[in-house]
Design a protein around this ligand. Structure first.
Ligand code: MG
Length: 373
């Protein structure tokens, strides 16, 4: 139990079908691919992390296939023989042989935390310093379908009591049509629910300054990443012009990004994702910069399965500054949850599971059923 040395590293790609197709600005998916990275110690303890991007490489360039190669060929050889509690050392070693590839590194880093916590018999949040809360509110993501379809889906969710805020994906159509669609949804739902939009970096500055004020007037509460990630000056200009908060997502991957966004006052809210930032520790560093600058954080998603979702939940619960809710709905969008005990979504929130490590156990039969051959 106490030998923390890593004996072997295994990976598997799963294709988990969704309950409905999920559309982003320019692409969509019917199943979510997930890379599972499992570390086993000489003491016989295993830790698991998820490598997951939203559907494919469009968001950040990585995919489950690139992650599998990076982990198996370059990261696994340097992990074997090191201890799971040597996280800073392992991270330095990973950065020495692989630049970027933060999604792949996140899968490894979460697996290290899970294995280390299990070896100690404590939850992962203990390794992060304890709890600020035990649950986070969960926003539901609506796709790029017509206003009528989106309103129906939102009404069902409101009636079920599971969600009272919604995020609409935009950027799939001409801005005038897209804005008309969202205005219709916001005018129908804004009195009962919080409506947010995510442009996924698809507009330019002029389009944003022309159309986003119209969304604010219609009752939209927050605008996520209207312009490309690198265009932080545009984001700052939009943030200054809008009466509602702008949230940074594609512009925020590293602690240096966070510092730049803070200096330029480019975003009023930060979207934290354990995946895009390379793991729990870097994400925590971003949250500390945000806290020092008075910027609230939101628990973002790359549409993780249960392991990745719970990893982000531990971080959100252990980080006081995550006061802007979450979108940790990934498992709700999947047709199977892959766990022996289901996650607890109740009262509009996802509740932290109890138990050592991440506090969840994968169901081997379910994992086998969706493993790509
Ligand atoms: Mg986003």
């Amino acid at each position: 139990m106490n030998d923390l040395t890593i004996e072997h590293v295994r990976t598997a790609i799963l294709d988990v079908p969704l309950i409905r197709p999920h559309r982003f600005a320019r692409t969509g998916m019917e199943a979510q691919p997930i890379l599972l990275v499992t570390l086993t110690t000489r003491g016989g303890v295993t830790g698991t992390g998820e490598g997951v991007v939203p559907g494919g490489p469009w968001w950040g360039g990585e995919s489950v296939e690139t992650m599998q190669v990076i982990v198996e060929r370059y990261l696994a050889p340097l992990l074997v023989g090191r201890r799971v509690d040597d996280i800073a050392g392992v991270q330095q070693a990973m950065d020495d042989v692989v630049a970027n590839n933060l999604y792949a590194k996140a899968a490894v880093e979460v697996a290290l935390h899970d294995a280390w916590a299990r070896s100690l018999g404590v939850p992962v949040h203990t390794l992060l310093g304890g709890l600020a809360r035990t649950s986070v509110p969960v926003t539901w993501a609506l796709g790029t379908e017509s206003a009528a379809e989106v309103i129906d889906e939102a009404r069902d969710k409101l009636e079920s009591g599971l969600h009272s805020s919604f995020k609409l994906k935009m950027g799939a159509q001409d801005p005038a049509d897209d804005v008309a669609r969202v205005v219709e949804v916001a005018e129908k739902l804004a009195c009962d629910a919080s409506i947010r939009v995510d442009l996924n970096a698809r507009w330019d500055l002029v389009t944003s300054l022309r159309w986003l004020p119209r969304l604010a007037e219609a009752g939209v509460d927050l605008v996520e990443q209207p312009v490309p990630g690198a265009e932080v000056e545009w984001l700052a200009e939009i943030n200054a012009a809008l009466p509602i908060p702008v949230m940074a997502d594609e512009s925020l991957r590293t602690p240096s990004d966070a510092l730049r966004l803070v200096r330029m006052r480019a975003a009023d809210v930060f979207s934290l994702k354990t995946t895009k930032s390379g793991g729990l520790r870097a994400t925590r560093a971003i949250a500390e910069i945000a806290a020092a600058a008075g910027v609230p954080c939101h628990g973002g998603t790359s549409i993780e399965g249960p392991i990745g979702t719970v990893a982000s939940l531990h971080l959100a619960c252990a980080t006081p500054g995550v006061t802007f809710g979450s979108e940790l709905f990934g498992p709700l969008l999947m047709r199977e949850e892959l766990l022996t005990e289901p996650l607890r979504y109740a009262d509009g929130a996802l509740h932290l599971p109890e138990g050592p490590g991440l506090g969840v156990e994968l169901d081997p039969a379910a994992v086998a059923r969706f493993t790509r051959r």
